[in-house]
Design a protein around this ligand. Sequence first.
Ligand code: GCU
Length: 670
Amino acid sequence: FADDGSRLWLKYDLIKDVKQRENYAKFTKFITTSSTNATILKASEELKNGFEGLMGKKVSTIKKADSQVGGIILEVSEKQIFTKNLANDGFAIFSNKGNIIISSKTEVGVLYGAFELLRKVQTGQSLSNISVISNPKIKIRMLNHWDNANGTVERGYAGSSMWKWNELPFRIDPRYIAYARANASIGINATSINNVNASSRFLTAEYLEKIKAVADVLRPYGIKVFISVNFRSPRTLSGLKTSDPLDPEVRQWWNEKTKEIHQYIPDFGGYLVKANSEGEPGPQDYGRTHADGANMLAEAMKPFAGIVIWRAFVYNADPNGDRFKEGYEQFKPLDGKFDSKVIVQVKNGPIDFMPREPFHPMFGAFSKTTLGMEFQITQEYLGQSTHLTYLAPMFKECLDTDTYVKGKGSEVAKVIDGSIYNNQNSLMAGVANTGSDVNWCGHPFNQSNWYAFGRLAWDYSLSSEQIANEWIGMTLTNDVVAKKQINSIMQKSLPTYISYTYPLGLHHMMGEGHHYGPEPWLSKSGRLDWTSIYYHRADSIGLGFDRTGKLSNALKLYSNELIESWGNPEKCNLNYLLWFHHIAWSKKLSTGNNLWDELCFRYYDGVKQVKVLQDEWETLKAHIDFETFQSVQGRLKIQEKEAIWWRDACVLYFQEYSKMPIPKNLTPPN
Ligand code: GCU
């Protein structure tokens, strides 16, 4: 029967090849643990269910292996020689006297090891002489849900919220458990369950009881729950006259509220805060700073282990300013002023999750503040649930870019993992793409972005290809040829999308409101920083936002090496060209084409590439379950239609300025 996608990458279907199955069965006869710890029991249960499904035979669970061989031993130990190099949540998997040992200093580390072992089998790798040591590079690996109390999801494209607030705390939807397993399988250990545009309701006793029920489900899987809070809550919920963070009554209110939360959730992860951004309340309403606000919450959190995550996504409509710089400018004077419990969460790029952005200039520029990374898994500007876009290359492009803050080799990833400035904590958050759709994420390929985010938060050095291969093998097929073809589709998908939407460093040209289709012209609201013309600056001379000093000096926020390369239009990576330069239509680029021809080439080529994706997908029919095959096939047809929409809207609009003909022979760049 058709696969509906509900099991994500944890399918555990019978391995078809009998020989392969028999080979694995030699290593998976039993699972051994004497522990009664809830997390270890989850690990053991997962291995049992997984191997029984994959192998089609019973797997026993025993307390001691004694002299038996051919099983898996779960072990939490400080002493194991192999665990010497392990961080707390890290794990080792190795063969020892005929058994496979999964060893970690912590229970959750064993759970992660169990999923790694299952992944090996799910993707057809050998277990003989297995030897794995794996440590997470980032400490807090977190999903941010933008889910509302009324069941809607801000920028959600996969149905309504997966949290059924009307049923909680009494009914536990089995999906919460599936969610916990999926997250644990990729190392995600934290989740903030509600929208950053937060309703104060989530802090009421009524909702805390519901959140507690969710936290209880997630706990054995090593996942801590965070709550997004509305800064105005003391006024909204208790009628205080102010929410001024320096007001003693307000501080007392948060102290008490934080204590109350811990009565429900003793291991509460902490607060996530969007303040003074897009109309949300915040400390600036009272003439205070972001640090004043964050530190007040940190003080309330002092008796507990939790932390405060404060977002840096702030901007104002300033016709003479540059939104690119605002986060940096508001936060830079506060570097060193945040409590050690505070992490400032920064979006990967300076504007807003555009399909391609240079990394946010705050990364590397803050030596006294722990900065966390915020990626968006939900594809707000990336084709939502319709266009096929695999995001690992985008996440990696950001993480792998050198900031040069401490010389060559100071990649963004090293700012985030804390190694550059010796931070004690580290955070990578991804705005979740989960919803109530049967297959969780809408487009069948969108599941791969959730998967990829988790894998990269665990280890950002994994390649996009490897992550895609794992996901394909676990989710779609292990056929070698088909796997290669699907991987190639995934790798091509992001450049293709960018080509017909935002080539050459164009950004923020989507329709205001829905953020889906093209709107390169002045939008209805006319609010400057929400309209495309503010960003692309098309005129009779050329195209692009000059951020090298004349209009804005945003480029100066980066290290000299980057100013040198990005600041020079001759040297600037074409992918970022129009982010930093206003280029004349007739200017010859390194490809040999002038700007106008190159732009047209990219828009037209993007559409052609969607056809290539379609053709390649057609060849996979025999390897993909029919429902998934058809779903992707249909979406690729819509994608083609909409790629043409983007191309025509943008090319025709810009042509009004360039006044140049669309070149007849759209030659590929050199
Ligand atoms: C984007 C998005 C909003 C969201 C905001 C945020 O602007 O369109 O819906 O609230 O990001 O990250 O806070």
